[in-house]
Design a protein around this ligand. Structure first.
Ligand code: 26M
Length: 822
């Protein structure tokens, strides 16, 4: 062997110590006396990376030698969170590294805290992609994740004077030890320009796309290792650059400024993540980003396929391509372009390959989130794709016109091109037309898809539709974030639940055991103390770990109804003001989440939370019975500290609006009890944990739809409910805002006269349900039991289960165990 086996791959404490010291010298160029915390972090990270590389190379070798179907996950977002601790767990060397660092006189936690997390996603959709990459590797499924290597991820949030202030996320500033730049692996991507049509010598019509601009995509690979297996898959993210040819040309023509400008335009494409979730802004750069990463990824897949010696027509035998929402749906037109224009396939053959390759996941029913592109804008960026989409649409509508007996409403709703004052492209329709499978992300969501937004599609192609309820990885969201609960569980039922989460069921046998209950609640208390320290540190607010931790953490959005929560806070506050000696369960309300920078109402909700907090937290009458905390900069790292400390998981979206939710799963897994509506995966969580272990309230999706149809009048609820009226009057009059009666005016008016998400209609029901939760919290034993049963019954919500369903029912792929040589 030429490789220095032990120092590079050894998993013993001695080998790891040696590796860290080696890297300190040879990678960081330091010796222990002058090494910084970051030097040690880098040294350890490279030691771990060496161990990953061994498995990574073995995986690639194994995949290429056999003929295995590969999953290709296309996602504009991956919200990964820190790699180091996760890799230690998946490699099974957390303990060893803890000891190695200790023997070197350094604290592992310090090093873990040094990592700047890659926040290459907005929220649920991006985090789901990260959980799925973990589960694919854990299940030993050959997979590649494709995406964009944003130089700046989701912005960092600061709170100043109660308002959200955004700061750029310069996550690469200290380098990234987890990626390998594959400079030689790059593709050209055309943008803009026009299309020439001509007839070639054989009398065949051809199209020649003359671009205005060509950019280059360079591959940056990150290894994703599975839990206690050798399988190490690739996350391949594309960075945009200027092609070499380019500055050369401009320099020669003497146009230096133009050369520099064009270079900047190219590099801009992968510069920054768009911080919107659920809304669309119609920005050219966003379309360029989508096309850029999709084109690089498809060229890469075709390259891999052809190098296997396969024919282009069999592309779908090598790859199953999953579209994570419509963000990568342009892949369908790009695949057609590559097959027809570049590989000379006939249209029908190209369409057959395409429609056997793609599957589409829908993540939202909100109409404002359904992606459309102004047709003219689209044509200016992708002129050839516009032609192809017209042709796809023409043939598609020809086919369906017969099936819908010429029903014009149906034809309009199915058309990929929308007509109005301006024409536009409907990306969801492109995704549906070009995919062999379409799925929603929770049972209720899939049913609503079939009966509302995709109703006409479902009528035509019922066999394409299925549900794949989301899941989360128990490695990051339990083992890593809650090590104490993990040991307690493993002490009772062994460790195999980490790979087979259904085995948590065996905890049910201990739910009534007083000793186990005490140990369980002791862990919860420890985690609450840890969070309390962090809260003090970040916000200056002192919270009582004995109080009920009421946790509402997620992106800020009206449909998620953080304002319903704050109305409840105000109601409790007013009860205390009215009767200062009131016996009430002490509570800490913990909010966290980012608002899209351009979403005024969401930003106002953050300000309202902080304003209410300022009054409630500092009112001597309250005597610390209520605390309101807005924990700034919600991200994966912060979530890992918050979830284990939660008593109540607040999941109060308007029924029918939250496609699934995944924070709801992480919280329940960590022993929090849900207070929630019958929305998204809440429905299935309640079914799993039992209705006696879940606080239900609010209108159902059906009732919401009915109420809206009948003409909903929020004002009547305001008039009828004294507590609600007082709370809203206080907000309006400036009670929480130093008598400023203007800042919350829009928010109040919106609630009183529009209330699109039925906050007022659900208020009374929410308050009543919260009273039951408080009552239940008083009985420590029964609360402990509920908490244990929540964790015990969360087996279904492992992303391993979700991925197994995708593999069996959509992708038809099998596991391929990877063996290391020697
Ligand atoms: C769109 C246009 C421009 C820029 C960004 C976007 C955009 C980005 C992310 C739109 C939506 C985005 O994400 C939506 C999302 O996160 N949906 C959530 O997906 C989760 C995983 O399936 C579900 O659990 C949540 O219920 C759903 O809201």
């Amino acid at each position: 062997e030429v490789l220095d086996e032990d120092a590079r791959t050894g998993l013993s404490v001695e080998a790891l110590k040696k590796a860290i010291l080696n890297n300190l010298f040879y990678v960081q160029g330091k010796y222990p006396e002058i090494a910084t915390r970051n030097d040690y972090y880098m040294s350890l990270a490279y030691a771990v990376r060496d161990r990953l590389l061994q498995r990574w190379v073995a995986s690639v070798k194994q995949y290429l030698e056999g003929r295995h179907r590969i999953v290709s996950y296309l996602s504009a977002e991956y919200l990964l969170g820190p790699h180091l601790a996760n890799n230690l767990i998946n490699l099974g060397i957390f303990k060893e590294v803890e000891q190695a660092t200790q023997e070197l006189g350094i604290n592992l936690q310090w090093l873990l805290d040094k990592e700047v997390e890659p926040g290459l996603g907005n929220g649920g959709l991006g985090r789901l992609a990260a959980c799925y990459m973990d589960s694919l590797a854990a299940l030993e499924v050959p997979a590649i994740g494709y995406g964009i290597r944003y130089q700046f991820g989701i912005f960092e949030q600061e709170i100043r004077d109660g308002w959200q202030v955004e700061d750029t996320d310069n996550w690469l500033r200290r380098g990234n030890p987890w990626e390998i730049a594959r400079r030689e692996l790059n593709y050209e991507v055309k943008l803009g320009g026009y299309v020439q049509h001509y007839m070639d010598r054989d009398g065949k019509f051809r199209s020649n796309w003359i671009p205005e601009l060509t950019v280059k995509g360079v591959a940056y690979d990150t290894p994703i290792v599975g839990y206690k297996v050798n399988t190490t898959n690739t996350l391949r993210l594309w960075k945009s650059e200027a092609p070499k040819s380019f500055d050369f040309q401009s320099f020669n023509s003497g146009d230096y400024n133009n050369a520099v400008n064009q270079k900047i335009i190219c590099e801009n494409i992968s510069k920054v993540l768009y911080p919107n979730d659920e809304t669309l802004s119609g920005k050219i750069l966003r379309l360029q980003q989508q096309y850029f990463f999709v084109s690089c990824s498809l060229q890469d897949m075709i390259g891999i396929h052809l190098r296997q010696g396969e024919k282009i027509e069999d592309f779908n035998v090598t790859f199953a391509v999953q579209l994570n929402d419509t963000h990568p749906a342009i892949a369908i037109a790009e695949m057609m372009r590559l097959l027809v224009d570049e590989y000379d396939l006939e249209w029908v053959d190209a369409w057959r390959v395409t429609t056997r390759s793609f599957a589409y996941t829908n993540h939202t029913l909100l109409p404002e989130a359904l992606e459309t592109w102004d047709l003219e804008l689209f044509g200016s960026v992708l002129p050839r794709h516009l032609e192809l989409i017209y042709e796809i649409n023409r043939r598609f509508l020809d086919e369906v016109t017969i099936k819908v007996y010429g029903n014009h409403n149906k034809i309009n709703s199915l058309s990929i091109i929308g007509e109005g004052p301006r024409k536009y492209i409907k990306m969801a329709n492109l995704a549906c037309a070009g995919s062999f499978a379409i799925n929603g992300v929770a049972a209720l969501h899939t049913e609503l898809l079939k009966s509302t937004v995709l109703k006409d599609w479902y009528a035509l192609y019922p066999e394409k539709f299925s549900n794949k309820t989301n899941g989360v990885t128990p490695r990051r969201w339990l083992v890593l974030s809650n090590p104490k609960l993990t040991s307690l569980i493993s002490g009772k039922i062994g460790e195999s639940w980490i790979k087979h989460l259904e085995e948590l069921k065996r905890l049910e046998a201990f739910a009534d055991d007083p000793e186990f209950q005490k140990a369980w609640m002791d862990v919860k208390y420890e985690m609450k103390k840890t969070l309390a320290k962090k809260i003090l540190n970040r916000t200056g607010i002192k919270v009582n770990p004995d109080s009920l931790f009421d946790v509402h953490v997620k992106r800020i959005h009206e449909y998620k109804r953080q304002h319903l929560n704050i109305l409840h806070v105000i109601a409790l506050y007013n009860r205390i003001k009215k009767n200062p000696s009131l016996e009430i369960v002490p509570r800490t309300f913990i909010f966290a989440g980012k608002a899209a920078p351009g979403y005024r109402m969401a930003k106002l909700i953050i300000k309202l939370i902080n304003s209410v907090g300022e009054i409630v937290n500092n009112d001597p009458d309250v005597m610390d019975r209520l605390k309101v905390v807005f924990f700034p900069n919600y991200n994966v790292s912060n979530a890992q500290v918050i979830y284990p400390a939660a008593d109540l998981s607040v999941q109060i979206s308007t029924a029918g609006k939250e496609a699934s939710g995944t924070g709801n799963m992480k919280l329940s897994m960590n022993g929090a009890i849900t207070i929630g509506t019958l929305d998204g995966a809440n429905v299935e969580i309640r079914e799993a944990v039992g209705e006696e272990n879940f606080f239900l309230f609010g209108l159902t999706a059906e009732e919401v739809a009915k109420k809206k149809n009948e003409g909903y009048n929020p004002y009547s609820y305001y008039l009828e409910n004294e507590e609600l009226k007082l709370a809203i009057d206080q907000i309006a009059s400036g009670y929480f805002s130093h008598l400023d009666d203007k800042i919350f005016k829009d928010l109040v008016d919106n609630l009183l006269y529009h209330d699109p998400f039925l906050v007022l209609a659900d208020f009374a029901s929410y308050v009543a349900s919260q009273e039951q939760a408080a009552e239940a919290f008083k009985d420590k034993k029964s609360w402990a039991k509920m908490s244990i049963l929540n964790t015990a019954r969360m087996g279904k919500f492992s992303s391993d289960r979700s991925i197994r369903e995708y593999c069996d029912e959509i992708w038809k792929v099998k596991s391929v165990p990877v063996h290391l040589n020697g």
